[in-house]
Write a protein that binds this ligand. Structure first.
Ligand code: PLP
Length: 394
């Protein structure tokens, strides 16, 4: 019996680990397994592997290896950055005001909420426009004497819009305020040169860039005050205690190297497929809308809303047809409300219920896109036929 071919268009949720990454990691499970804190040969081999990985990543970010902290995921990197800076600055009497946007991933916005609800901070949410983009002038207007941290994501995980990070970073620097960016979605596609981006803290997750789930990086600019969230040994320059996960550290470094090597060609290839997908969907499906910025968006993100068709139904029908997609961020799938991102962009409630995110990756082919363009119009039509309240807006 031949197995039905499936089409994976959920790379923004997670990517397969690249076979070259797996190969790089393998010896560090069984052959080089020493605790890097020790002094014997095994330990030194592990420590060397970590040093090399740190240097490889620092070369890509254009920073010192001392500024790289290995973590266990993007969520941890965001938490450590935000809480670490906020706590230290408040304790030093610098202030308790934080600035962010309403379209951040929960790893950021729930951390901000906790700081406000439990630790005496105040936050200003700077609005985004209908494309999900923040205006740097609005960030500047929100700055107060007691502002200690600004956090704006590099690229949005649901709609793919890119933010003017370098401009916001320049403003933050002018005002002497630490600037954090969640670069989890951007890391596979955009420049990560920290001095060009003017960032002080930058979070990366391994499983969005073809490294394993449970690997992460936090860049912390030299002299940025940071209170560790964990307490324990002096690992990672006293910023993140815990015996280093050597296989995952060498794996994420290899993944970063592969991304950097493939980026130019892959961005062009995926953007061309994405554009074909967007144009095809908008042309073939009435009452469909692209969400996010039309041009300033990740090369792999095609996200839409469809009137009269609920996200869960769309995903179920697509899955039955062998097409794997998402309705927004993986974390909010299953919730009957429109996502906080679409709401912040001013998308009407009912339209926001019909969200679909198709996210492309290294293994997406033209044939995949053609199949989606054949299948999706019928899926939407079928759902709408069964929806008694849907009337096509003409
Ligand atoms: N930030 C963004 C923008 C994300 O898309 C995600 C994952 O979906 C995260 C943070 C969390 O990363 P991780 O899954 O590694 O914890």
């Amino acid at each position: 019996m031949s197995e039905k071919r499936t089409i994976y268009l959920d790379y923004a949720a997670s990517t397969p680990t690249d076979p070259a990454v797996v190969e790089t990691m393998l010896p560090y499970f069984t052959e080089i397994y020493g605790n890097a804190s020790g002094s014997h040969q095994q330990a030194r081999a592990s420590a060397r592997a970590i040093d090399n990985a740190r240097q490889q990543i620092a070369d890509i970010l254009g920073c010192s290896p001392k500024e790289i902290v290995f973590t266990a995921c993007g969520t941890e990197s965001d938490n450590l950055a935000i809480r670490g800076v906020a706590w230290v600055q408040k304790q030093a009497g610098k202030g308790n005001h934080l600035i962010t946007t309403p379209i951040e991933h929960h790893a950021v916005d729930h951390t901000f909420n906790q700081l406000c609800q439990n630790f005496g901070f105040e936050q200003t949410m700077v609005p985004v426009d209908r494309y999900g983009v923040v205006n740097p002038a609005d960030i500047e207007a929100a700055i107060r004497p007691e502002t200690v941290l600004i956090s704006v994501m590099y690229a949005n995980n649901e709609v793919g819009s890119l933010q003017p990070i370098a401009e916001i970073g320049a403003l933050a620097r002018e005002h002497g305020i630490a600037f954090h960016t969640d670069a989890v979605q951007a890391a596979g596609y955009e420049s990560l040169v920290v001095d060009e981006l003017n960032v002080d803290l930058l979070a990366i997750s391994g499983h969005k860039i073809y490294a394993p789930k449970g690997s992460g990086i936090l860049y912390v600019r030299k002299n940025t005050p940071l209170l560790p969230s964990f307490t324990g040994g002096g690992h990672e320059n006293n910023r993140r205690p815990g015996t280093e996960n050597v296989p995952y550290i060498v794996g994420i470094a290899k993944a970063m190297e592969l991304v950097a090597a493939k980026r130019n060609a892959e961005n062009l290839r995926q953007a061309a497929l994405r554009d074909k997908l967007i144009a095809g969907v908008l042309a073939r499906i009435p009452d469909s809308h692209l969400t996010g910025h039309p041009t300033e968006r990740l090369p792999n993100n095609a996200s839409f809303v469809f009137a009269g068709a609920e996200a869960d139904a769309i995903l179920m029908h697509l899955d039955l047809a062998g097409i794997q997609a998402a309705s927004g961020s993986a974390c909010t799938t299953g919730m009957p409300e429109p996502s906080h991102v679409l709401t912040a962009m001013g998308i009407p409630h009912d339209l926001g219920l019909g969200a679909l995110r198709l996210s492309l990756g290294r293994y997406t082919t033209e044939a995949d896109i053609e199949t989606v363009l054949e299948v999706l119009p019928g899926v939407i039509e079928k759902i709408r036929t069964l929806n008694p309240v849907y009337e096509l807006a003409v």
